[in-house]
Ligand binder design. Structure first.
Ligand SMILES: [Zn+2]
Ligand SMILES: [Zn+2]
Length: 616
């Protein structure tokens, strides 16, 4: 799969050239070499552990995205110091340049050898291997394990300086709490020490940017055990952030002829039987709320909405529409509920209740191409205002071999054709994601790659001939004949929760001025400057600038430290001199010390910068 970034923009290029040398980190799933390195390193680690801890038994040790792990049955948990000793032992073993030798044996022979070394876990693993012959891999003639490969030919191809043992965690055999408690060692191995250094740098950076940590520090959202997992609660500051994003998009939509609607959070399950969600999507929905057992047995009752589309369809359908009314663009910040597995929930990027910046466009077939293009244009302008540069477009099409879709091949071909035409008209770099379509239609998804080269799906546009069919939607065409409209589903943000999680990490908590919940804080040196500071804040607020005064009474140094910790874009110090000259002493996160500036000028500059989505 070729994934090309979209035309890189200039500011992004200059950022990259500032770095001494950009080190590419291959993904395990894409690199056969990395798979071999990690697989081989995991055997070397197991050999080292068994050498140092003769009671340790090996179980499984697969590669994972950023390294590998190995689960051991050992009477004592491994300590941090044990990891150091194990790593040293691994270097010694690697130095001995042992060959990795493949051997094929019969099932009986494999069983005999396992009995000989008394490793009962291997017997269970052997029972799971269906194919014969059984493959055994030896390191020299000193150590062996059941394995399917792939491996390096000689362990000397491993570079001990590119290997790191990272942490120890408890794990159950087969992930089953009733079975033996094992010790899992997480480790990583790369092609070169430079790659390992870059990996560690990114890991640290990811921790620094973690939106769960920053969200707490910046006071944006909380979770509550009593409310439940995957259900974030937005604090006043976080709510300001949300409504700034909402207001921004609503303004854009108003300019582009969208109509706002509001729909309920629950509906009769029949609505979702008609749309096909109940048949195709039930597993991801919260369970049915039925009045009694009989209703439950007949699958009658209410459900939380997993999507907004069928509601908007009801509004469209409430009157006979004429071609003159089309395109009709119904928009709603609609909160939906999906029953994600609790193991999959983490921060804001995977939640059970979230708000989609949803819209459904009802268009004539002739309007489809131009409407689709204008939606893409809206999405690109949203990304531009959010200062998100590094994304690419994925054509998310159906997998012809799967039966998870509704509708005929003919309408799917039509819908996929429309998306392909749009991307070609715009000359956008893109790649295909077969099997990534929604069950009712293909999508154009925008995949954003963040500062650490992690990929996130943001905005989406979908072409849909199927729901208009299922709900029997019509409009009266110019010739008086009733015809079927086409639907476009679109959400530039995707969901507010996910977007905010991604933005926190991308900005490392430093929101652009227009988005920051608190845009300016005035820091009075003493109580005598308090009234002046309050007046200046009132001027700013009158123009819509989110400003506040530090009324803690703390000394200036502490006020500055607090404002910095909260990453407030503009700090304005007010001392006796500032009061006398009607000025503010300005320090911004984007530009540093700006010196003493007249109050009116500060207000003007902030207002202009905010309107242009620029920093100050
Ligand atoms: Zn192996
Ligand atoms: Zn929809």
């Amino acid at each position: 799969m070729v994934q090309q970034p979209m035309s890189p923009n200039s500011s992004n290029q200059s950022e990259q050239s500032e770095q001494v040398e950009k080190i590419y980190l291959p993904r395990t799933s894409e690199s056969e070499n990395l798979k071999k390195i990690r697989h081989t390193a995991s055997h070397v680690m197991a050999m080292a552990v068994q050498k140092l801890f003769p009671k340790a038994q090996v179980t499984i040790g697969p590669w994972i995205e950023n390294g590998f792990y190995y689960d051991f049955d050992n009477p004592e948990p491994f300590s941090e110091n044990d990891l150091k000793v194990i790593k040293k032992e691994m270097a010694k073993i690697i130095n001995r340049k042992l060959a990795v030798i493949r051997e094929e044996v019969s099932r009986e022979e494999a069983e005999r050898r396992i009995q000989e070394i008394k490793e009962p876990y291997k017997l269970e693993i052997l029972a799971d291997i269906k194919e014969e012959p059984i493959t055994i891999y030896h390191l020299g003639n000193e150590w062996w394990d059941l394995c399917a490969g792939p491996h390096l030919e000689n362990i000397s191809e491993l570079n001990p300086k590119a290997i790191e043992l990272e942490s120890v965690a408890g794990a159950y055999w087969r992930g089953d709490e009733t079975k033996a408690q094992l010790q899992r060692i997480y480790a990583t191995a790369w092609e070169s020490p430079e790659q390992l250094t870059e990996y560690k740098r990114r890991k640290e950076e990811a921790l620094r940017r973690d939106h769960r940590k920053l969200g707490k520090e910046l006071g944006l959202f909380i979770f509550s055990d009593l409310v439940g997992p995957g259900l974030p609660l937005w604090t006043p500051k976080g709510t300001l952030l949300r409504s700034t994003l909402e207001d921004f998009l609503k303004q854009e939509q108003l300019k582009r002829g969208y109509l706002s609607v509001v729909t309920p959070h629950i509906a009769r399950v029949d609505l979702f039987k008609t749309s096909g969600h109940w048949q195709k999507y039930k597993e991801d929905m919260f369970p049915l709320m039925a009045d009694n057992e009989e209703a439950a047995a007949q699958e009658q009752g209410f459900v939380m909405k997993p999507m907004n589309c069928p509601f908007h369809i009801q509004i469209y359908k409430s009157e006979l529409r004429s071609y003159r009314e089309l395109p009709m663009r119904l928009a709603e910040f609609g909160t939906v509920y999906r029953y994600e597995q609790s193991g999959e929930l983490g921060g804001l990027t995977r939640v059970r209740g979230f708000t989609v910046d949803d819209s459904h466009l009802f268009v004539t077939p002739e309007q489809l191409d131009s409407e689709f293009l204008s939606v893409v244009d809206l999405i690109l302008s949203v990304f531009n205002s959010l200062q998100l540069k590094n994304f690419k477009a994925r054509l998310s099409f159906r997998d012809p071999a799967s039966d998870k879709y509704i509708g005929s091949d003919e309408v799917w071909d039509k819908a996929e054709g429309a998306i392909r035409r749009a991307v070609e008209t715009l000359g956008m770099d893109h790649f295909e994601g077969i099997g990534e379509a929604a069950f009712y239609g293909p999508k154009l998804d925008f995949i954003f790659s963040d500062a650490l080269e992690r990929e996130w799906q943001l905005g989406t546009v979908q072409v849909d001939y199927n729901l208009p069919e299922r709900f029997d939607l019509e409009y009266v065409a110019e010739d008086g004949v009733r015809k079927r409209p086409v639907m476009i589903h679109r959400a530039p943000f995707g969901s507010l929760e996910r977007l905010i999680g991604i933005l926190i990490e991308e900005y490392a908590g430093d929101f652009p001025l227009w988005l920051a919940p608190v845009q300016a804080r005035l820091l009075p040196v003493g109580d005598t400057q308090l009234d002046f500071a309050k007046d200046a804040v009132a001027k700013m607020r009158a123009l819509g600038i989110r400003a506040e005064v530090d009324t803690s009474g703390d000394r200036l140094g502490k006020q500055i430290r607090n404002a910095e910790k909260e990453k407030i874009p503009v700090m304005a110090v007010v001392g006796a001199k500032e009061v006398e000259t009607n000025t503010l002493s300005i320090r911004t996160r984007a530009s540093g010390e700006l010196g003493v500036i007249a109050v009116d000028e500060v207000v003007d500059k902030m207002k202009n910068a905010i309107a242009k989505f620029e920093n100050f």
